[in-house]
Design a protein around this ligand. Sequence first.
Ligand SMILES: [Zn+2]
Length: 284
Amino acid sequence: MSLENTVQILYTACKAGYCVGAFNIVDYLSLEAVIHAAETHHAPVILQTSSTTVRRYGAERLVALTRTLADRTPIPIGLHLDHGTEFELIKECIKAGYSSVMIDASRYAFEENIARTHQVVELAHCYGVSVEGEIGVLAGVEDDLVVQHDKAIYTTPEEAIEFQARSEVDFLAVAVGTAHGFYKEEPRLDVETLREIHKRVSFPLVIHGGSGLSMQTLQTLVSAGAAKLNISTQLKKDYIDSLESYLSAHSNEYNPMRMLDNTHDQLVKTVGAYLQVLGSAGRV
Ligand SMILES: [Zn+2]
């Protein structure tokens, strides 16, 4: 199977009542580990790259690499740009063959956010690429933007409905109390608002900031209507921690493959646990 349009993967999940994990990958090792976990658990999956990763490798090479693996598996796989902020970089991903892109103009006022998002939608839809937008403000760190917890702004159902209708985004990230990075204290999630938005809209909803939430909290978010859950920080931590512990336990080994296999196995385990709790395991 080749890369699938992300919005199709999400509509399938919405209809069946489960959530699709969207995992940030940084290289071949993490890319292959996420697909390996998805195959093992028979789950559809979304691979996403940050703008930094696109700048490092180039969108065309990331698409080629992902397609090579996607072509050899029956698992539906989407390749998504996470938090695109620059139009030129978003355009590069659309033209290179990404399944979907996110335009994050949530730092702008509502009208400006709609205008910037709609501009991306118009281009993306010409190429058969779907688009994620975001409204509200999440706490935490995303690339170079830092938002304090008391400055986070939650999304209302009315805003979500108006934003989607006017911007024509295919799926929408809403702010209901999750944050980027790890949580210093248990977050106060507004699950009722998510449930209310979900009840009133017909497009898939996205939750960012999945790392560090308890498995029970994740299940609550899924049952309240989350169709896509982003997990980035947890994978980065497991990536680094597994290398660190391997190196300290095998200080004179000099066998990169064993070291990388150890990290691969850790990532497969972590991703597999998320696929189970999101309800996407066993759906393919
Ligand atoms: Zn995010």
